[in-house]
Design a protein around this ligand. Sequence first.
Ligand code: AMP
Ligand code: MG
Length: 352
Amino acid sequence: MKTEILMMDPDNFDSSELETAGQILRDGGLVAFPTETVYGLGGNALDSKASEKIYSAKGRPSDNPLIVHIGDISSLDKIVREVPECARKLMEKCWPGPLTLIFKKSDIVPKETTGGLDTVAVRYPSHPIANALIKGSGVYVAAPSANLSGRPSPTRAEHVIEDLDGRVDMIIGAGSAGIGLESTIVDVSGDTPCILRPGFFTEESIREIIGDVDVDPVVLAKTRPDKDMKAKAPGMKYRHYAPKGEMTIVDGERTSVAEYINGKVNEGMSQGKKIAIITCDENKDLYMQGVVMSLGSRKVSGEIAGHVFDTLRQMDELGVQEIYAECFDGCSLGDAVMNRLRKAAGYNVVNV
Ligand code: AMP
Ligand code: MG
């Protein structure tokens, strides 16, 4: 398939530029587009054939449900059975924005879109191009991250082109996705709201808005969740974001971590291996050898989170065989960053 690539300026565009993209969505085709979290791969959420195309373009298992994106709050009622009070509060404070809510679904949402579940995930994104595309197309847009399944989520147009060129009808490129991590997911379909995936909205910020909230234990698991600990968000069970090299997270006091990693780098390099270190601006000078990759400053809000996926992709481009990453627990969005890094490392964590 020939993929049309459309480059746009998110700060200065005319919605007429999105007419072809809207037509593709109405015709059941696929369009990748930027959002404020990561790039998404969109198709008509109410058309089961379009959802099937999304699964096949990504190589995604069909029991891993898609998030349905809307362009205004009034579109919500048609696709959900009820909107509980806690959801209304969250929508008022966080929409449009990087928050996905899980509702009981209405009959018009096909099971192909929800991976066979009776619930549906809904998000109202704030990115101007995402918003104009959804509104202009007039369709509900199912849009998982625009990467091949298992690869790190795409935060730049180049990542999407790398994974999906030739597999989708159109890719809209518009610089870096702002936050760089996928949306926070909160399930509001049960008795107590529950965080299923951490993201830009933290547990604390959700609690400030609705009071009590549970957190799915899988989200914060420091070791590989065992079979009894079944993830409530189906996607959380898959090995995600994994670079090709063997990745280890090293937890402990700053200088002990550096000492351990430097020892491993030395050892690996003497065996002729290419080794990388994922660190931060404050610690990067502690490492003298190997490919030293800083995610940015721990003190700048959101900076570490914004560079996680891009850095994981670069590991593959550089042909790195072993990767050692510091822990980023206490940083801004630390829970969300560590959730992604632990999964990327297959929960391979060393305490020093
Ligand atoms: P992605 O769009 O690639 O960021 O992945 C979307 C994720 O949202 C899925 O992998 C699921 O983990 C989660 N999700 C979507 N729909 C539901 C649902 N109905 N119930 C629980 N989790 C969901
Ligand atoms: Mg994804």
